[in-house]
Design a protein around this ligand. Structure first.
Ligand SMILES: Nc1nc2c(c(=O)[nH]1)N[C@@H](CN(C=O)c1ccc(C(=O)N[C@@H](CCC(=O)O)C(=O)O)cc1)CN2
Ligand SMILES: [Mg+2]
Length: 300
């Protein structure tokens, strides 16, 4: 292995520390405490873990945290009523509805009920439009985390050839917009892309966000490229015992690390940055709501 490992866990801890310092200053100088409300509908085991971690890290950063758990059988109207209540609550600066929602709900309708100023996931259609037109918006947490790691490594992204594999609304499309805004030359590759291997081999920056375990192999990677692996895939791990799983990315780590200049591991790469950026977004939303200067280096 020759690639430098980009330690997302350590990077995320640093971001959380910076958020915590800003929060302490906000409290001391203005008597303001940023507040985050997370809405969890149903009992999806992974979502429960993520929501618990969000609450814990929010409190550790000195912010006000609320968790609103709703039964999987509630109606869409009940979830919307909850969001509307939180929209009107002055203690709350950030609202997040944990995804996926149960299948009987339209997540777009629910997400678009969140006040855009409190939409710390950056999924509301207004924030999507603002980002797409290069205006100030709330930026989705996972792509924001990737951008922070890339800026840290490259300084300027201007003129770099970036390939984003995957075109989801949550990662691929906002990642495209963020890289473009930083003047990278950006290609979005997806399941219908012809000769996707060759497209990936042209990338100085390769962001993998397809949700297909270990799809990207070492011979898809340009020597010295920076590889950001957004994938979190659970695959069977019989070597750990019957019914056991392990988590792998969208990149085949061993072969990609032979060729890349730097790579994020899974776990411990992009994942921890998602929650760190959620805290950063909550702080940003709070500063904007109170017409205070935004923290530097914690926004796009
Ligand atoms: N409303 C939202 N829902 C979902 C989002 C989101 O950003 N907003 N993202 C994912 C889940 N997610 C946060 O919600 C999340 C996923 C993974 C991690 C993480 O730290 N992963 C670890 C590994 C975890 C493990 O071992 O299972 C890592 O990569 O190191 C954090 C947050 C879907 N829903
Ligand atoms: Mg990771």
């Amino acid at each position: 292995m020759s690639a430098e490992i980009i330690d997302g866990k350590a990077f995320a801890a640093r971001i959380r520390g910076e958020v915590g310092s800003h929060v302490a200053r906000l409290k001391q100088e203005h008597g303001i405490v940023p507040g985050l409300a997370v809405v969890l509908v149903g009992e999806d085991p992974a979502s429960q873990v993520y929501v618990r971690n969000k609450g814990k890290q929010t409190v550790e950063a000195g912010m006000h945290s609320e968790e609103h758990r709703m039964d999987a059988s509630v109606s869409e109207a009940e979830v919307i009523a909850m969001v509307e209540r939180l929209n009107a609550d002055p203690k709350i600066h950030g609202i997040l509805v944990q995804l996926p929602l149960p299948s009987h709900m339209n997540s777009e309708i629910v997400i678009n009920t969140i006040s855009p100023a409190k939409d710390v996931d950056g999924f509301h259609i207004s924030n999507v439009g603002l980002l797409g037109t290069g205006q100030k918006s709330m930026v989705p947490c996972t792509p924001l985390g990737c951008l922070m790691m890339l800026r840290d490594r490259f300084g300027s992204l201007s003129g770099q050839n970036a390939v984003v594999v995957g075109r989801s609304n949550i990662v691929g499309k906002p990642m495209f917009n963020l890289l473009l805004r930083d003047s990278a030359t950006v290609t979005v590759a997806h399941s219908r892309t012809r000769d996707i291997e060759a497209v990936c081999r042209g990338a100085d920056i390769l962001v993998a966000a397809v949700g297909r375990p270990e799809m990207i192999r070492g011979d898809w990677v340009k020597p010295g490229a920076t590889v950001i692996d957004v994938g979190i895939n659970r695959v069977p791990a019989p070597e750990k015992g019957e019914g056991k799983h392990r988590i792998v990315g969208d990149c085949h780590f061993e072969s990609c690390a032979e060729v890349a200049g730097a790579i994020t591991p899974v776990p411990g790469g992009v994942g921890p940055m998602t929650i760190a950026c959620l805290l950063a977004n909550t702080l940003t939303a709070c500063c904007r709501a109170n017409r205070l200067p935004e923290p530097e280096g914690l926004t796009a």
